[in-house]
Design a protein around this ligand. Structure first.
Ligand code: SF4
Length: 279
């Protein structure tokens, strides 16, 4: 068997190569991944694979194509289905074409190792492409060794990427994560406050006293108090009234500003601490 294995990255290749070699099959690795953005990420993953293939004495063919523009043009109208409709297809089809033109009789892909990819869709696509191009598809459910392969890659010090590849997956992994972090932050802030009250250490935390005239702090405290007093003001006065709120706020600050400290986490103002007695 002369096997060409589409290889998405070094860490994913670890288990695939190890298990194939155990079966007595020596794969030739084929790099064609125009789905990896930005370029510095593309280069880092490619160079890591070059380094790893030398380390394990595996044959590697590089099809150089940083295909950002083509990729975006082809997925932009249906981002939801971009993996199946374009990304898998373009990489696997190119691999098969190379295999056919260069005397390989079988192909497979390291995409079959990841539990995060659409495994069944990849398998089906490979089967269909195998029929179309009249080439054997070597199917293995490499997912059983995903954790083992990743652990070995980490031990070897290989570069481990943080997202699938395209700029859209980068956004899901980083930007969406920040947004969801912001949503859970109110709860985290309460936990932080509790820890401080119990006298526990909180990393990256700084307590700063209220500084008379500091507009950022005043606005923060005002917005906080506005939420607290809203129901009270509506109950007493029948409607929300900015003037009454202002009076309540001034009264509060007059009586309490000496007892207020502000919690900054990584320089971001997150909460106030109002101590019960003068300190
Ligand atoms: S998420 Fe991954 S598989 Fe899907 S389009 Fe992006 S790079 Fe391709």
């Amino acid at each position: 068997m002369k096997l060409l294995m589409h290889t998405c990255c070094a860490p994913c290749s670890v288990y695939c190569i190890d298990s194939l070699r155990k079966e007595g099959i020596e794969p030739t690795l084929y790099w064609f991944n125009p789905n990896i953005h930005p370029y510095i990420e593309y280069k880092t993953r490619r160079d890591t694979l070059i380094e790893y293939s030398k380390m394990i004495n595996a044959k590697l063919i590089i099809n150089e194509n940083y295909g950002l523009k083509d990729f975006c043009k082809n997925v932009v109208d249906d981002l939801e289905n971009r993996c199946v409709n374009y990304c898998y297809k373009v990489r696997l089809e190119e691999t098969i074409k190379y295999a056919k033109e260069n005397g390989f009789d079988t192909f497979t892909t390291t995409l079959l190792v990841s539990p995060y990819q659409k495994h069944d869709e990849i398998k089906l696509l490979c089967e269909n492409l195998a029929k179309k191009y009249e080439i054997e598809f070597l199917y293995r459910d490499f997912r059983v060794g995903f954790r083992e392969g990743q652990a070995k890659a980490r031990d070897l010090g290989l570069y481990m990427q943080k997202y699938c590849g395209c700029i859209f997956s980068e956004a899901s992994s980083n930007y969406d994560h920040i947004i969801s972090e912001q949503k859970v932050r109110p709860l985290e802030n309460k936990i932080t406050e509790r820890k401080i009250r119990l006298g526990w250490d909180v990393p990256n935390l700084e307590l700063r006293p209220y500084k008379n005239g500091n507009t950022e702090q005043i606005k923060f405290i005002y917005d906080l108090k506005k939420k607290v007093y809203q129901k009270y003001v509506e109950n007493i006065y029948g409607e929300w009234n900015d003037e009454i709120q202002k009076k309540l706020f001034d009264k509060f600050m007059k009586e309490n500003s000496k007892n207020i400290e502000l919690i900054y986490l990584k320089d971001e103002l997150v909460r106030i601490l109002q101590w019960k007695r003068n300190r």
